[in-house]
Design a protein around this ligand. Structure first.
Ligand SMILES: Nc1ncnc2c1ncn2[C@@H]1O[C@H](COP(=O)(O)OP(=O)(O)OP(=O)(O)O)[C@@H](O)[C@H]1O
Ligand SMILES: [Mg+2]
Length: 139
């Protein structure tokens, strides 16, 4: 991932379905304050809710740390989702369309990959899961 972190950041706890609405509203406000248009704001918010849904389903709880990042050219919004759940043995496989260990559609993570400008999954069995996504603000 590229980009330098700024001081503008915050944290949201994800532990119950009601937290999805808090994530949705919180990020929509952050994205709009940063100047994202409706389309890009909807992309990052939709991706975030999908990752948060996975946290609740597979890990029970976790947190979202959001921060504004900057590179030479642009400002962006980076979201870091961290949980201490069972972890994912093969993160690349988990990002394949149709892969699900819970009888789901297996479209959550592939959807995130499509929606976010950048995505990274760091995980391993027994190691919890960290998902990083970044959306860049078009100047
Ligand atoms: N935070 C997590 N902790 C542990 N495993 C996870 C986590 N997030 C995703 N996974 C694993 O990755 C798989 C793929 O996730 P993905 O969101 O793409 O599909 P899904 O949740 O199974 O179905 P859906 O289409 O409803 O989202 C999951 O089935 C699960 O095995
Ligand atoms: Mg899912």
């Amino acid at each position: 991932m590229t980009g330098e972190e700024t001081e503008i950041s915050g944290m949201l706890r994800i532990a119950a379905p009601k937290d999805l609405a808090v994530v949705r509203k919180g990020l929509r406000d952050v994205a709009s304050t940063m100047g994202f248009n409706v389309v890009d704001s909807t992309r990052i918010v939709t991706a975030a809710v999908e990752i948060a849904r996975n946290i609740i389903h597979y890990a029970g709880s976790g947190e979202l740390i959001w921060r504004e990042v900057k590179n030479e050219k642009r400002k962006g919004l980076r979201l870091e989702f961290v949980d201490q759940g069972p972890g994912i043995g093969d993160p690349a496989l988990a990002m394949t369309p149709g892969y699900s260990t819970s009888g789901g559609l297996g479209m959550g993570l592939p959807g995130v990959k499509r929606l976010a400008d950048e995505m990274e999954v760091r995980s391993g069995i027994g190691k919890g899961t960290t998902v990083l996504i970044t959306q860049w603000l078009v100047p």
